[in-house]
Design a protein around this ligand. Sequence first.
Ligand code: AN0
Ligand code: CP
Length: 348
Amino acid sequence: MKVFQHVSDIGNLQQALAEAMEIKADRYKYQSLGKNKTAMLIFFNNSLRTRLSTQKAAMNLGMNVIVLDVNQGAWKLETERGVIMESDKSEHLLEAIPVMGCYCDLIGVRSFARFESRKDDYEEQILNQFIKYSGRPVFFMESATVHPLQAFADLITIEEYKNRTKVEPNPLFGGEAITRVPNKRPKVVLSWAPHPKALPQAVPNSFAEWMIAAQTGIEGGLDFVITHPEGYELDPQFVAGAKVEYDQMKAFEGADFIYAKNWSCPGVTRPADYGKVLGDYHDFSEWTVGARQMAVTNNAYFMHCLPVRRNMIVTDDVIEAPTSIVIPEAANREISATVVLKRMLQSL
Ligand code: AN0
Ligand code: CP
């Protein structure tokens, strides 16, 4: 694997899940694979999980790891070609990328949507330059439009929980154990939820792309439904074939997994609104996932990629419930990253 960006890059999903379970049973199984190999993780934006889990994954494989926060200590980078460089930006990305490539074997990059131009973001201007000029395999650690390490971890989590009949008390917050009747073909709902600031579409884009692939690509399949207020339609390149239900309560009926996430306007129906929070977010408070919506589900598990704003995206009681699996979901980031880096090392 030379690029990890889309679900298609991982190939057969059932095989990828089997590999994830193999790694989960023994995460150090391939620790000689990365000997004397270096992973470089480049962050243009903040991160807790991606930074730590990917570093851990590289260490599981016996790799050395270099982490660079571009905005802390490196030269300020110009990204536009043709600019007379007389501002505070001392170095151009077109030199910085090949230089970074000199010191490593694999490169991971986090560079969020900038919301300056829909075209630049959706053409993946920054990540594509890493692919073109680094000379190394590149894995996306949340780009302008995708977050595949997250979506892969989400799929692993759904696979692990879909057939469970007993929900244990929450390991951190307690609560009552419950019995749940699993669906043979679980219903997975991606729900928009309000947020005070404009957030990227990368997480919902990738989640949708991976869930649509899983509808037919994993044993038993699943049913995928997206719910959001009008105006938040995701880009067709990621959601073609998905069912959209604008009534959140209707979408939640009988659901087995609720995946909450905010995203700003993708600009599909109105390009001028790209990257905007539409209207006043206070007017959308009924979209906050709470007991009212969870009551119509099939004792659904609650998922979110984190970081999450409590009582904005989800209420305290829902995220602390025994059915909340946000922590095991985050833990699976180490597993998805280990599988991806292993695949890349094997194709060096
Ligand atoms: C980012 C986002 O919504 O894309 C990262 C999520 C993994 N979240 C924030 O910026 C709060
Ligand atoms: N879920 C996720 O990618 O978290 P971080 O932004 O903390 O890496």
